[in-house]
Design a protein around this ligand. Sequence first.
Ligand SMILES: C[S@@+](CC[C@H](N)C(=O)[O-])C[C@H]1O[C@@H](n2cnc3c(N)ncnc32)[C@H](O)[C@@H]1O
Length: 237
Amino acid sequence: MHRLNRGQVIPPELPEPETYAGPEDFSRLHRPWQGAEFQKCLTPAVRANTMLSPQKLYLLRKLFVSTLGLPGDVFEAGAGSGGSARLMLDSLLARGVKKRMWVLDTFAGYPEADAARDGQHVRPQQCQCNSEAEVTALLANPAVEVRVVAGRIPATIAQVSTTSLCFAHIDVNLHQPTRAATEFCWERLVPGGVMVFDDYGWPATFGARTAIDEVCAARGAEVICLPETTQAFLIKR
Ligand SMILES: C[S@@+](CC[C@H](N)C(=O)[O-])C[C@H]1O[C@@H](n2cnc3c(N)ncnc32)[C@H](O)[C@@H]1O
């Protein structure tokens, strides 16, 4: 029988007893987003073009892939430099799944500042990433139709001519576009479809969280806040 310091016994069923450091040690938690398998998904094209941590990208990809058997398009509000969309696109390409992707951004940062809803810290043009042309090039591929829609949400939402979505990633940080995108996607999300919110737990984006809570409360949708990332998600029943 293996024993640790302080008399702790290593459970005999552990596959790797040498890695067992005791029930109070959180330094050896299983973290697949750091593992070799997931690192393969973090290609240079993804890494160089996203603000999301590997932990957040891992969750985004896992939930995204879980919806690929459902009908409906894919939607992202807040492409930034395109890295999170590219991760999703790569997942489609790797599986040969032909879903249409809608990718929205101003491509000029925040279009306006609404201090009452988003806080005094918000300034127009903050969070500016790559241009529409650069993101379009990043997402260009011969197999999956990607529609890049440039401009300010909610005005641009009308250009998204889809009736059903299997997955939506909402990452626009601010109250008004988060609210408009969440409402739009909720109406079109198929049963079992998933929405991931990037900005739910971050204090600086409390306006986005308020918007998500308002939309979901009005529709009886339950938002699941993820521990220790800024993300949350919902599954449409
Ligand atoms: C945090 S970034 C997105 C990060 C990106 N998903 C990634 O992988 O790094 C937030 C984006 O929301 C966009 N945005 C904010 N308000 C917007 C609005 N009203 N309409 C369209 N895009 C908006 C900004 O231009 C910015 O690119």
